[in-house]
Design a protein around this ligand. Structure first.
Ligand code: GAR
Length: 214
């Protein structure tokens, strides 16, 4: 059984998608041990509570400096001995020490087709504002492993979404969530929980075992 810790900062619709996928059996062999938020007001914490999942807030504001926060975050996460850490709209830079300790065991959902509209400064609505400003016709979402860079780790799944005439950042954000994020995040977790994702030379291979058997 894959033990998951989900890190959140806001509304938690991606967290909800994962909770629902576990309840309806689209994700097997996995369970959420805890939800950790850096923001005490995150609605995601309420979603955790509603489903009987431990919800913890650990905010940089509670600590003297960033280093102390980073240490506390790592300690809190590690207390659950997770097999997988899921960043579901977690707007905190992950400490390098945590990335090293959980190499290829931290995944992130990003609301664009990486390597477009990603990296420093591209998060939440800003991604969709950038998409509309540039005038691309296709956007989407990406699930990837987290490495030391910003949105640079091995890509696990991507799904395209059409940009439509008259889109606002908010409308596009909702479409990307509905058509891509809420599908590929649970899918990626299910693949990992069932041993179907390996990382070789900075790239992922999906379902290799099955392919070999065919
Ligand atoms: C999601 O769109 C997620 O892809 C994005 O924040 C939103 C969180 O929504 N993450 C990033 O931009 C990370 N760079 P949610 O709290 O409703 O899941």
């Amino acid at each position: 059984m894959l033990k998951i810790v989900v890190c959140v900062s806001g509304g938690g619709t991606n967290l909800q998608a994962v909770i629902d996928a576990i309840s309806n059996g689209s994700i097997t062999n996995a369970r959420i041990e805890a939800v950790i938020s850096n923001n005490p007001g995150a609605y995601a914490l309420q979603r955790a509570k509603d489903h009987g999942i431990a919800g913890i807030c650990i905010s940089p504001k509670q600590f003297e400096n960033r280093e102390c926060f980073n240490e506390a975050l790592l300690k809190q996460v590690s207390s659950y001995q997770p097999d997988l850490i899921v960043l579901a709209g977690f707007l905190v830079v992950i400490p390098e020490i945590m990335i090293r300790e959980y190499r290829n065991r931290i995944i992130n959902i990003h609301p664009s087709l990486i390597p477009s509209f990603c990296g420093t400064g591209y998060y939440g609505l800003r991604v969709h504002e950038g998409v509309l400003k540039r005038g691309v016709k296709v956007t989407g979402a990406t699930v990837h492993f987290v490495d030391e860079g910003t949105d640079t780790g091995p890509i696990i799944l991507q799904k395209p979404v059409m940009v439509e005439e008259g889109d606002t950042p908010e409308i596009l954000q909702r479409r990307v969530m509905e058509q891509a994020e809420w599908n590929i995040l649970p899918q990626a977790i299910n693949l990992i929980a069932n041993g179907k994702v390996t990382v070789t030379e900075g790239r992922t291979v999906i379902g290799r075992k099955e392919n070999k058997e065919v």
